[in-house]
Design a binder for this molecule. Structure first.
Ligand code: BGC
Length: 748
């Protein structure tokens, strides 16, 4: 471990040892405390408040530079011109205390080289994919002066209507923790003082993904148990991984907006979760407390946020405007202000900004390097999920000519997905681009006719060209999905079928009678049940990024074997939402296929018992969490436990034999699930507790082992203390959450 990290971790440890009482004083104790305290003692109240002010950069002006020189601004977001950043830093160096600025930006799934959207990366179930993606994003972004990204977003997302599900790591706390932690490590790197290290930001604290009805920014009603057992889990992992910053969310939970929620920030985040980094608001979220009906005016909003323990305010300038007066009136304590400034200065010290604030502009650029592009291609390969493959339609073999149809085949901007401020469509390799430009695909004959230009097209005039396009080919590859603007922030949908005339297009293509392969690029799990009969194979790619094109052909032509698994449940109907694998049991769970039983019985009321399901869409999803096919077939057998009983200090080894019974080498994501049969509060019917990507040659088998400790089973029970509870547990191992291979053990 490098020096920068050791110092920061040391600081954090010291403050933890000093305990909860002095949570806002902890910077005294850490390694930079001397420097911080010296600075603090010399700073005026205005200068302190200036550090708490994050400003959206618009353009350079004398007035702005003067503000920086006066120490009125602690951070900018959205400036990416290294020359401008150096000018701003120069102004900061001219300020009385020479405190450097920290430059922030949303670098969510790549800076210039765009990786699959986070939901796609989560489908790889491989933390190294997320870590490498974040590292490369940091290398590229830091080249342009960005030292702080607002990522990872680790909101648990269980509603596909919510546009920001694309930016999430899915529905599961374990998987979100695994991938979120990897992203934190990737962004921040091994040495925080290295020029390529950028601060990560765990967001949005907290519960933002549980917006009522999946409508962005909407209220949430998360109970204290659900908060701790589900929504806080990935945040705790990010904190344990050393995330330097946390962002408060827009939503109100149970009537209290996060940016003014003192209990949430001071008691839960600082004390319970022991976070010792910097808390920043979301864009305007302090000011929006007025609109919520929580604050009277700007001054009141600033008071509520500052006394809740929110350290830096993004964009609205309410801190700068009102905090001084609030302190003078005795309504905000100076210790709250000092605590905030300590957290902020600590991040700046940790990142080495005091010693090294200027950018080396003449440095050779790593942006779009071959290494970065190859990593993005690998990530896109591992993020794609094969959902259907009848009659071994894929991989494409003995196909001389293909017909390529559909709006996503050559959509360089849209394939990048949401939250791409800096990615450039001219660098995107679309499926069509790959066929045109990549030597490995130069022998493939193809005819391309999009038929629909955009996914949203409402014009079927080109449908008449379908037959002639497909007839002369050996197979049709249909690229469907969502334009990137259909997902992401403020882009929620109430209808999540394939938009426009895409389903009709697929039907028409199928009528021609050639094998049909569908590739969907989207920001969310769409409701595609009605489309499945019209395609022989289906590859689902959450927007795959810069290198999506070659990655998709790698998979379709069998140069790579699909290995992605679903990080979210695919529902049949939007009305099934929320439907997630790790739900609680009702007292009246429905039997499997309850809808079919009901349909057959013809009875009115109690044909399958009075149980919990939808008469029209049953209780089963279309595809369960963790599901995904391969060109290989994997057989699980011989599940065994090292013991049928373990004590609270013991651990359990779970073994299973996995065999690749197919005739292609492949990778299987082996998943371990657990159910605590009886709890002081009801435990989910299944919970992911382990994943391993296992590579197997055709015909090869391996014993896969997981180690489970009582701590892995712990949760917040009735007494709100996190601990494992004794009793019987069921363990499953398999290739999805819908697996039967199970064993039981007792925790004593
Ligand atoms: C989003 C955040 C983002 C911020 C800054 C907000 O609208 O909710 O996730 O980091 O803007 O761009």
């Amino acid at each position: 471990m490098k020096k920068g990290n050791v110092r920061c971790i040391f600081s954090i440890l010291v403050c933890l040892l000093l305990g909860a009482k002095v949570y806002h004083m902890h910077a005294h104790q850490h390694d930079y405390s001397k420097e911080i305290e010296t600075l603090l003692s010399r700073m005026t109240l205005e200068e302190k408040i200036g550090q708490m002010n994050q400003v959206n950069f618009d353009s350079l002006s004398d007035e702005l530079l003067q503000q920086v020189e006066n120490g009125e601004i602690g951070s900018f977001l959205n400036v990416t011109d290294p020359k401008v950043i150096n000018i701003l830093q120069k102004a900061a160096e001219k300020s009385k205390h020479k405190i450097p600025l920290i430059i922030a930006r949303d670098v969510i799934h790549g800076y210039k080289t765009i990786f699959p959207v986070p939901l796609g990366q989560a489908a790889s179930f491989e933390p190294a994919i997320a870590e490498t993606g974040a590292r490369i994003a940091a290398v590229e972004a830091s080249e342009h002066g960005i030292k702080w990204t607002f990522a990872p977003m680790i909101d648990i997302a269980r509603d596909a209507r919510w546009g920001r599900i694309a930016e999430s790591l899915g529905e599961d706390p374990f998987l979100s923790s695994l991938m979120g932690e990897a992203m934190v490590k990737g962004f921040q790197g091994r040495d925080l003082t290295a020029p390529t290290a950028i601060a990560a930001c765990a967001k949005h604290f907290v519960g933002y993904g549980a917006a009522e009805g999946g409508r962005d920014y909407n209220s949430t009603s998360i109970t204290p148990y659900a908060l701790r057992n589900t929504y806080l889990v990935p945040f705790q992992k990010a904190i344990d991984a050393g995330v330097l910053t946390v962002m408060t969310s827009f939503n109100d939970n149970d009537g209290i907006p996060s940016s003014g929620n003192k209990y949430l920030l001071k008691e839960i985040l600082r004390k319970e979760m022991r976070f010792s980094g910097l808390i920043v608001s979301d864009w305007n979220s302090v000011g929006e407390m007025i609109t919520h009906g929580f604050a009277v005016d700007g001054k009141d909003a600033a008071r509520l946020a500052a006394s809740a323990g929110l350290n830096m305010e993004m964009n609205t300038g309410l801190y700068v405007k009102y905090l001084k007066r609030l302190v003078e009136e005795g309504r905000i304590s100076i210790s709250d202000i000092d605590a905030s400034v300590r957290y902020i200065l600590n991040v700046k010290f940790c990142l080495g900004l005091f010693d090294n604030r200027y950018l080396n502009i003449s440095k050779e650029s790593a942006i779009y390097s071959e290494k970065h592009l190859q990593a993005a291609r690998e990530a896109a390969v591992k993020s794609a999920i094969l959902l259907k493959n009848d009659n071994h339609t894929l991989p494409l073999r003995e196909i001389r000519k293909i017909a390529i149809i559909g709006p996503m085949a050559d959509a360089p901007y849209d394939q990048l997905g949401t939250w791409v401020f800096d990615g450039e469509p001219e660098h995107t390799v679309t499926p069509i681009g790959a066929l045109r430009d990549y030597t490995e695909y130069k022998d493939i004959q193809f005819v391309y006719e999009p038929i629909l230009r955009k996914s949203t097209d409402n014009d079927t005039v080109n449908f008449r060209k379908i037959r002639q396009t497909v007839e002369t080919a050996d197979a049709a590859i249909v690229f469907l999905g969502e334009e990137s603007r259909l997902s992401g922030e403020a882009h929620s949908l109430s209808d999540i079928n394939l938009i426009g005339y895409q389903s009709d297009l697929l039907r028409e293509v199928k009528k021609v009678g050639k094998p049909v392969v569908t590739v969907i690029m989207a920001g969310r799990p769409l409701t595609i049940e009605r489309d499945l009969p019209y395609t022989d194979a289906l590859l689902y790619c959450f927007h795959p990024g810069t290198m999506g094109g070659p990655a998709i052909w790698d998979l379709l032509f069998g140069r790579a074997n699909p290995s992605g698994k679903l990080p979210v449940t695919f529902v049949r109907e939007v009305g099934q939402i929320p439907l997630y694998y790790n739900h609680n049991n009702t007292g009246r769970p429905a039997p499997d296929h309850a809808k079919t039983l009901y349909d057959k019985s013809g009875e009115k009321q109690s044909s399958v018992g009075d149980v919990s399901f939808y008469l029209d869409s049953g209780k089963e999803p279309l595809f369960p969490f963790g599901y995904g096919l391969s060109y290989s077939e994997f057989k699980y057998s011989g599940l065994s436990l090292s013991s049928k009983k373990i004590g609270m200090k013991g651990s359990l080894v779970i073994s299973v034999t996995l065999k690749n019974t197919g005739n292609m080498d492949g990778t299987e994501v082996v998943q371990l699930y657990v159910r605590d049969r009886v709890g002081s509060i009801i435990r989910p019917v299944k919970e992911l507790k382990g994943v391993q990507r296992v590579n197997l040659k055709a015909g090869e088998s391996k014993v896969v082992r997981f180690v489970l400790s009582p701590d892995d089973l712990s949760f917040y029970g009735m007494d709100m203390i996190r601990k494992p509870e004794p009793g019987y547990y069921t363990v499953w191992v398999g290739g999805s959450s819908n697996t039967d291979l199970q064993e039981t053990f007792l925790l004593e």
